[in-house]
Design a binder for this molecule. Structure first.
Ligand code: S3P
Length: 169
């Protein structure tokens, strides 16, 4: 594997950003995170975007961002928001952009990692556990469809996950 982008997909709390940063250092690649880029472009938080404009508006921002990165991004590890692969057009673009790695995590470990988190608007409701389980079940087929490589992350240290990705790509 040389020169190809690596695209990390997976549910909220599956470790895409932490893993992506270390992976990019090991590969001597740039690191980009779509949530961070959207917050910078819109000059506000993801929470505010959802609150003021709703989810579909945010999804359109994600698609626009992917399209703008598609032809120019090189030697980059891209961490994507957990809902990015839900749109079929996004899955197609992600695959064209590079090698897609799905960081798979169980509902239990996701809920543990996200406990107390206030930055994910979709889980700011009375029953975040039920929401996370429902969304995870809905999205898993999309993650699997988009993935070139699937890495199980439950009970693994970040460095081990990075090592597994490096072996697989
Ligand atoms: C979302 C995941 C978040 C962020 C937004 C919506 C989702 O990204 O894009 O809150 O729909 O799963 P992370 O996966 O980085 O938490």
């Amino acid at each position: 594997m040389k020169g190809k982008n690596i695209i990390l997909i997976g549910f909220m709390g599956s470790g895409k950003t932490s893993v992506g940063k270390i992976l990019s250092e090991k590969l001597n690649y740039d690191f980009k995170d779509t949530d961070e880029m959207i917050e910078t472009l819109e000059d506000t938080t993801i929470n505010n975007i959802f609150r003021l404009h709703g989810e579909e508006f945010f999804r359109d921002l994600e698609t626009t961002l992917l399209l703008s990165l598609k032809d120019t991004m090189r030697n980059t590890v891209l961490s994507t928001g957990g809902g990015m692969p839900v749109r079929e057009s996004n899955r197609k673009i992600l695959k064209e952009m590079g090698q897609v790695v799905f960081l798979r995590a169980s509902a239990d470990s996701i809920l543990k990692r996200l406990s107390g988190d206030t930055t994910r608007p979709l889980l700011k409701n009375k029953n975040p556990k039920e929401t996370a389980e429902r969304l995870l079940a809905q999205r898993t087929p999309y993650y699997e469809e988009a993935a070139d490589v699937i890495i199980d992350t439950d009970n693994k240290a970040i460095d081990d996950i990075v090592g597994e990705i490096l072996n697989a790509i």
